[in-house]
Ligand binder design. Structure first.
Ligand SMILES: Cc1cc2nc3c(=O)[nH]c(=O)nc-3n(C[C@H](O)[C@H](O)[C@H](O)COP(=O)(O)O)c2cc1C
Length: 304
């Protein structure tokens, strides 16, 4: 089990110590051209979690490769680059450029940003095109909003090597007095505690629907939260919103998780993977897990 940051929730150059306390650093999503992002106000707190409408603000791939990546490489933490776009070609262009960069361990395809108007084409199409453009391992980052298991299968069939689950869900918060949206863009992406059951459900469903390794994320704030995502089927876990309020979270969460594992008699975190499915993660054969569990995804057995 590796502990990562969720894309966009940690600036490794601003907080290198925090980045170095993780097993992997995931960059903010990079697009072909530089983007200012949306107008402020772009972040608001709600009682259930955090709302953001950053809108993929980033320096663009040219400046990212020239300035950001060499500085990230100096941190000596494995680097995953999150890639975004508004058409298949956007993803292809960036994947081709990243392919030559030895320091990039994995490309995470952001197929799920709720804060831009231009929606990328179908997940399968993007993954298939990216697959041809790079030999790097590809993780598909998906939204929990649609039928995530079906989308995950499309990503797997198109050649994805893993899944990152989940991105934010849409939310709105209003100014109590004026009753106008707090965020300049109106609707934003909701993250934090509210997302935890949503993330658990997505990971649980995709674990049964595909044979892909899963990075679980969404509202993780404690070691118990990490353990539950592992039990649902994640093999790695990312910290997002919690990093804004607690930069020490990676170390704290690890210590808490060790205690939770020991209390339940797990030898290590990997042994807890799939526990919610009544499976022993240490001996789990991925192919047979998919073959035996698929009928459960038809929805036929779901009440309500
Ligand atoms: C301020 C902010 C910026 C984000 N930017 C990105 C991004 O650039 N790319 C991306 O794939 N996800 C982005 N996300 C989503 C997170 O990576 C993560 O999927 C989500 O916040 C759920 O995890 P959490 O509840 O632990 O924050 C962002 C989230 C926040 C709060």
């Amino acid at each position: 089990m590796r502990l990562l940051n969720a894309s966009g929730c940690l600036d490794a150059l601003f907080a290198p110590d925090v980045a170095c306390s993780l097993d992997v650093f995931v960059t903010k999503t990079v697009t072909p051209l530089a983007r200012e992002g949306n107008e402020p106000i772009r972040i608001a707190e709600t009682e259930a979690g955090m709302l953001n409408s950053i809108g993929l603000a980033n320096p663009g791939i040219d400046r990212f490769l020239q300035e950001t990546l060499p500085r990230l490489a100096a941190l000596e933490v494995p680097i995953w680059v999150s890639v975004g776009g508004f058409c298949v070609e956007d993803y292809v262009v960036i994947c081709e450029r990243l392919d030559a960069e030895d320091v990039v361990a994995v490309v995470e395809l952001n197929l799920s940003c709720p804060n831009v108007d231009e929606v990328p084409e179908s997940v399968g199409e993007v993954v298939a095109a990216a697959r041809k453009a790079t030999t790097k391992p590809l993780y598909a980052k998906l939204s929990p909003a649609a039928d995530v298991a079906e989308t995950a299968r499309a990503a797997e069939n198109a050649g994805a090597d893993g899944l990152s689950l989940v991105n934010t869900i849409k939310g709105l918060t209003l100014d109590e007095r004026t009753l106008r949206p707090v965020l300049a863009r109106g609707i934003g992406g909701l993250s934090g505690p509210v997302l935890r059951p949503v993330a658990l459900a997505a990971v649980y469903a995709c674990f049964r629907a595909t044979a892909l390794p899963i990075v679980g994320m969404g509202g993780v704030a404690t070691g118990q939260d990490v353990l539950e995502l592992l039990a649902a089927g994640a093999s790695d876990v990312a910290l997002g919103t919690v990093l804004f309020s607690d930069p020490g979270a990676p170390r704290r969460v690890r210590t808490e998780m060790e205690a939770e594992l020991a209390a339940r008699g797990f030898a290590d975190a990997d042994n807890a993977v799939g526990a919610a499915h009544g499976l022993d993660g240490s001996t789990l054969d991925r192919e047979s897990r998919v073959a035996t569990e698929k009928p459960l995804h038809t929805g036929a057995k779901m009440a309500g």
